[in-house]
Design a protein around this ligand. Sequence first.
Ligand code: NAP
Length: 316
Amino acid sequence: MLERAAVLQVGPLGDEIDRELQAQYEVLRLWAEPGGLEAVARRAAGVSAVVTSVRHGCTASIIERLPDLRAICSWGVGYETIAVAAARARGVVVSNTPDVLDDCVADLAWGLLIAAARRTAVGDRYVKTGQWRTIGAFPLSTRVSGKRLGILGLGRIGEAIARRGSGFSMDVRYHNRRKRAGIPYRYESSLTELARWADFLVVACEGGPATRHLVSAEVLDALGPEGIVVNIARGTVIDQAAMVRALLEGRLGGAGLDVLENEPAVPRELMDMDQVALMPHVGSATVETRRAMGQLVLDNLASFMAGRGLLTPIRA
Ligand code: NAP
């Protein structure tokens, strides 16, 4: 019988995918190893792939301790927690799970936009706590359709968000570092000018040091007291302290946030504001999409092990 290929799994990825990995490969489970990385390293010969996620990451020291490592297959789109430069220096290729989650993350961005503008979560509490009967009419909220939608990061997810904008009769513009060709949305070279123009600014760019606090106090002031910011990217992209101050002082109209800067910690002020809608980082968290992401990790790994290379290598 042929020996099974060996992989190092950094952390658990869910019952289904964990079971499948164990059925197909010899899996060294780093998180379950009492001796940690040092103990795993002693059995590292022959480990040609790491399986991980953006949450568990893959450090340069893991890469260093695996002499036969050739590929890192990660679950999720973001890869800011993976030592990509160290991998590249060793000729180790890296894959993520793009495309399969675009629709679900875009759906949630719209859910948060509508929740912040039309106060749907507040209305739900209003009805369920009996206030509809005791107080009466619910306060007026903000119209969504026909408004101006600005997108920071018109990539795969940003484009899925933009497409939904036409269903809401919105004028859509975007800001990236580079203007994209063949796109029906107007490019804005300045993020501050995009925010000044927009009623709603949706953040959909990548995370990591390069985009840290890109949505600054200045950008939030440009969005203004009627403006709403939605973030489904990474909490670090918005200067969260500046956002909380702007919301408290009425310089920013509202926020819909799936991600926070030091999640799962949530500033008390955000919890107390009706103009803020919060979700616990669940952009891709539907049964269907999570299954597709797990399958794509397995498919990347299988393709790599069969000598056909990764199916979805990262573009960095
Ligand atoms: P993508 O296709 O790579 O798109 C990223 C976009 O951001 C690109 O258009 C890029 O354009 C732009 N961008 C990058 N750096 C920028 C900068 N410094 N300034 C302005 N624009 C910049 O990625 P995607 O698949 O759409 O995913 C986007 C992000 O969503 C991921 O990185 C991840 O962090 C987040 N995400 C969140 C969830 C969730 O559960 N909430 C789920 C999946 C993904 P240029 O290169 O031209 O600048």
